[in-house]
Write a protein that binds this ligand. Structure first.
Ligand code: ATP
Length: 422
């Protein structure tokens, strides 16, 4: 006999703003309040990152979901969830439009497809509402209710690959104040738990990555492949302020869940993320502001690729690319239709360079104009016809090797190289 357990799935999104709050904090507060009322959530709550190019995101486009047993306490649970959402959400902020979704059916394929669309493309509020109504999900919209888009997706997003994040929260009096995290303890934690934990500290930028840079309630967040490593890490990290509460979330962070593999450049769309192979057209160039650009092409098309200033030393690696190199890039296409590179793998390096021939006097000849041969600017010697000479040259990049942006500039969803074999 198959026993089907009836769950109530809860999705919450869009409760925070740049001025404060964090949907994960609201969720952990709600979970504690449910516990006080003898309502326990099943497994870990989930923090699901959706399309990095969603226009109205505050930071990392995260939405939350969790599930409880659908029993005689369901209406009390719904009451608590809606009340606390109303109490905590930054409703005065123009771009905060919370959405709460309750769903007690099965996680069907079409629900999963919807959640994948929410990471790969842009969904409208109307589309999400229509879909929720059709599958009999109960939606609650605050203001324009945009949050239902992400709330619904967070319920169903499949976590084939997943990570965990331990989030600790500050006492209210400390919101907005400088965080007092002991840097030495973060370094120690990194040394003792990496690579089971990752993205803790960026050596190259002297940047404590577990510490948010916004006035939100989060004190720090540690990301890991395992719960055990998180527990060990939590004991090592020292802070000089009170911790109000802590919560572990199961997440799609650092899994490349946003990356779709395509074979043709012509199939790339704006506001989506991909991995694809292409050939470097010309040497990358650096423009004012420090952004680096170059073009990749294949038999179907060509696209501009960029490594922006915040990617720091990663740009120096990009600048080593030469025309004819074949690389596989991971990243996404944003507002300006440029492919924003998160990491790349060198498939094949062009190790041949064409140079002008040398003159008898020892100087390198210059071009005498298109199809006009070469001339020496020193002694006047001329060759009417002649070709450039192919030479082997040493490359400072390795074939089959992945290169990634520094931790300080990495997307929540980007899979770090230390997780690539997982
Ligand atoms: P966090 O601070 O937790 O990292 P966030 O604050 O950046 O996340 P939200 O404030 O939750 O992001 O705002 C994101 C908004 O975008 C939400 O209203 C969500 O429903 C919506 N959204 C999410 N995915 C999509 C999508 N694919 N298309 C359109 N809107 C989306």
């Amino acid at each position: 006999m198959v026993i089907i357990i009836n769950y109530l799935y809860v999705g919450i999104d869009d409760t925070d703003s740049n001025e404060g709050m964090c949907t994960s904090y609201l969720a952990s507060y709600i979970i504690n309040k449910l516990k006080e009322n003898d309502i326990k959530i099943v497994n870990y709550p989930r923090l699901i990152r959706l399309n990095p190019f969603a226009q109205f995101k505050t930071r990392g486009n995260g939405a939350i979901s969790f599930k409880i047993l659908n029993d005689n306490k369901t209406s009390l649970a719904k009451k608590i969830i809606l009340e606390e959402t109303k109490n905590f959400a930054m409703l005065d902020s123009e771009n905060t439009n919370p959405g709460v979704v309750f769903y007690n059916g099965q996680i069907t394929n079409e629900l999963v497809d919807y959640s994948i669309r929410a990471i790969n493309s842009i969904i409208t509020i109307e589309e999400a509402e229509k879909f929720a109504n059709r599958i009999c999900a109960e939606i609650h919209k605050f203001k324009n209710g945009r949050g239902i888009i992400g709330a619904l997706a967070a319920i169903a997003f499949p976590l084939k690959d997943f990570t965990y994040e331990l989030l600790t929260y500050r006492v209210k009096n400390n919101y907005g104040k400088k965080r007092k995290i002991n840097k030495g303890s973060v370094l120690k934690m990194d040394q003792e738990t990496y690579p089971d934990t990752f993205e803790n500290y960026d050596m190259s930028e002297d940047y404590i990555a577990i510490e948010p840079k916004t006035p939100c309630p989060v004190l720090y967040g540690i990301r890991s492949n395992t719960i055990d490593a998180l527990k060990k890490a939590e004991k090592i990290v020292k802070v000089d302020e009170d911790i109000y509460s802590a919560c572990i979330f199961k997440t799609n962070q650092h899994t490349d869940a946003h990356i779709q593999e395509v074979n043709n450049i012509a199939d790339l769309n704006q506001f989506s993320c991909y991995k694809f192979k292409g050939t470097v057209r010309k040497r990358p160039t650096i423009i004012e502001g420090g952004h680096v650009f170059f073009h990749l092409f294949d038999k179907t098309g060509e696209i501009e690729c960029g490594a922006y200033e915040p990617t720091k030393d990663f740009r120096k690696i990009i600048l080593k690319l030469h025309p004819g190199d074949i690389i596989e890039v991971y990243g996404g296409i944003g507002k300006h239709n440029t492919f924003n590179i998160e990491k790349f793998k060198v498939i094949k390096l062009n190790k041949i360079k064409y140079i002008n021939p040398k003159c008898e006097c020892g100087r390198t000849l210059s071009s005498a104009g298109k199809n006009k041969g070469f001339k020496c600017k020193k002694c006047g010697f001329k060759i009417k016809s002649g070709k450039k000479i192919a030479i082997d040259f040493k490359r400072d990049l390795e074939e089959n090797k992945l290169y990634e942006t520094p931790i300080s500039a990495r997307r929540h969803l980007a899979k770090p190289i230390c997780r690539m074999d997982i």
